[in-house]
Design a protein around this ligand. Structure first.
Ligand code: DGL
Length: 268
């Protein structure tokens, strides 16, 4: 048993897809969440910038004496996981392997789509992880760079016309060609309704959700879970708190008012 908090980070709201599942599975845990809303998006930036941001996000979380780190960001998991692991001996859980594993397990045809940020798709991280698990799998990958700004600005409802327009442009090409689609950026599950309506019957694999499940198994195996007390989540962002508070409350289906603070991430 370990009562230290768990550190979770993303460029913004996307990592809440992991937090939502962590809150359900391990309600006793204290979680420190960092969303880098002042520097989002990460996925359209260069490799060195993403690595630099990931290291400062880590330094900030390590200042809380956390017991494990969840990189709830497909982009950082794809580009900077080695840099992150280099600065800590704590368990570090990224999104790529857990998500690829589930996709391979649930796909009946081995025809798997991957949508993620430009940086993630260019890195080939999901494509490599899938072919390691199933060398016969056929992977179609597509970057959807407008999805993160849409989500960060609250355009993620099932009936949102802007989200529908962008989604058609990006994912119409998957129709009839895959049975499973990896939502390889943790922001994309917020667009689940829009994506489901375009690709009915396709299994959507949520990277935040899968990563949370894997993290819980790992913490349990290493006897690091907190089995007593009532857990809570404290949120930090690198820009003003108001938009994050509002949108996080909608997605998590409970208010987070008063639980969000701003941090000057450039200091880390
Ligand atoms: N949630 C991040 C990811 O999973 C979004 C990256 C971005 O900020 O572009 O890739």
């Amino acid at each position: 048993m370990d009562t230290r908090p768990i550190g979770v980070f993303d460029s913004g709201l996307g990592g809440l897809t992991a937090v939502k599942e962590l809150e359900r599975l391990i309600p006793n845990e204290n979680i420190i969440y960092f969303g880098d809303t002042g520097r989002v998006p990460y996925g359209t930036r260069g490799i060195n910038t993403i690595k630099k941001y990931a290291v400062s996000d880590m330094r900030f979380l390590l200042s809380f004496n956390v017991k494990a780190i969840i990189i709830a960001c497909g982009t950082v998991s794809s580009i900077a996981i080695d840099e992150v692991r280099r600065i800590t001996d704590l368990p570090v859980i990224g999104v790529v392997e857990p998500t690829a594993k589930t996709a391979v397990e649930v796909s009946k045809t081995g025809k798997i789509g991957v949508i993620a940020t430009s940086a993630t798709i260019s890195s080939g991280s999901f494509q490599k992880a899938i072919s390691k698990l199933n060398p016969d799998a056929e992977v179609i990958a597509r970057a959807c760079p407008l999805f993160v700004p849409l989500v960060e600005n609250g355009y993620f409802g099932r009936d949102c016309k802007l989200a529908q327009l962008a989604a058609h442009d990006y994912i119409d090409e998957f129709k009839g060609r895959i049975d499973t689609l990896i939502l390889g950026c943790t922001h994309y599950p917020l667009l689940r309704g829009v994506i489901e309506d375009i690709l009915p019957g396709v299994i959507l694999v949520d990277s935040g959700f899968e990563t949370a499940k894997t993290a819980v198994s790992l913490l349990s195996e290493q006897d690091l879970l907190n089995t007593s007390g009532k857990g809570s989540v404290h949120y930090y962002v690198s820009d003003q708190t108001s938009d994050f508070e509002r949108l996080a409350g909608i997605f998590l289906e409970h208010p987070v008012n008063g639980m969000v603070d701003t941090v000057d991430i450039e200091k880390y």
